[in-house]
Design a protein around this ligand. Structure first.
Ligand SMILES: [Zn+2]
Length: 97
């Protein structure tokens, strides 16, 4: 015969297992998202490098919106502008107030 305490423990263990399953699913979604973003960034970087005629390693994708950039974000040429002060497209710096 199951006591109330044993039943409560069984319920908690079942709930814990359900939450762990959700966590595994959430991590799988995050891993898929990060992989997609990595691939996207690699493809965008290659296209920008080709357009600018510079090595991929020198392309820095900024975080500010840039109306004249094909990516709609600022792009910096790390070889010529290691402080990222001059977006290739809009000439704005990476650091802004
Ligand atoms: Zn820009």
């Amino acid at each position: 015969m199951t006591t109330p305490a044993e039943a409560a423990v069984a319920d908690l263990i079942a709930e814990r297992d359900r939450v762990r399953s959700l966590r595994r699913e959430a991590f799988a979604v995050v891993r898929a998202y990060l992989e997609q973003e990595r691939q996207f960034t690699g493809q965008i970087t290659a296209l920008i490098a080709g357009e600018l005629g510079i090595p991929k390693r020198d392309v820095v994708l900024g975080h500010h919106e840039c109306p004249t950039s094909p990516t709609r974000q600022c792009v910096y040429n790390d070889a010529d502008d290691s402080y990222w002060d001059d977006c290739v497209y809009c000439h704005q710096p990476s650091e802004r107030k």
